[in-house]
Design a protein around this ligand. Structure first.
Ligand SMILES: [Zn+2]
Length: 95
């Protein structure tokens, strides 16, 4: 199995909830003010996310499977974002 395939498997289900529903909803943020906070998920763990001037390797939608959503209305965040620095790694062996 290629490294890329392993990577995708490692972070599977990041764009869907365990029930198979989309993790983030395809609509504009409906909060006031907009984007009160961002969150993402990996391996069933929730992780804090934050807006950024650029994507990280993990959060780039062309590379990784991560999706960020609004903590208020669950809208998909359409701009670059990163996993918040210092956030715990999304692996059970790291908890
Ligand atoms: Zn919102």
């Amino acid at each position: 199995m290629s490294i890329r395939a392993n990577f995708a498997k490692l972070f599977k289900r990041t764009a869907e909830t365990p029930d198979g529903d989309p993790f983030a909803l395809e609509h504009p943020c409906q909060c006031s003010p907009e984007w009160p906070g961002l969150e993402t998920t990996a391996n069933g763990h929730m992780l804090p996310a934050q807006p950024s001037s650029h994507y990280s390797v993990l959060t780039n939608p062309e590379v990784g499977p991560f999706v960020a959503r609004c903590i208020g209305c669950q809208a998909r965040y359409p701009h670059p974002w990163v996993i918040q620095q210092g956030a715990p790694m999304p692996f059970d062996w790291d908890r």
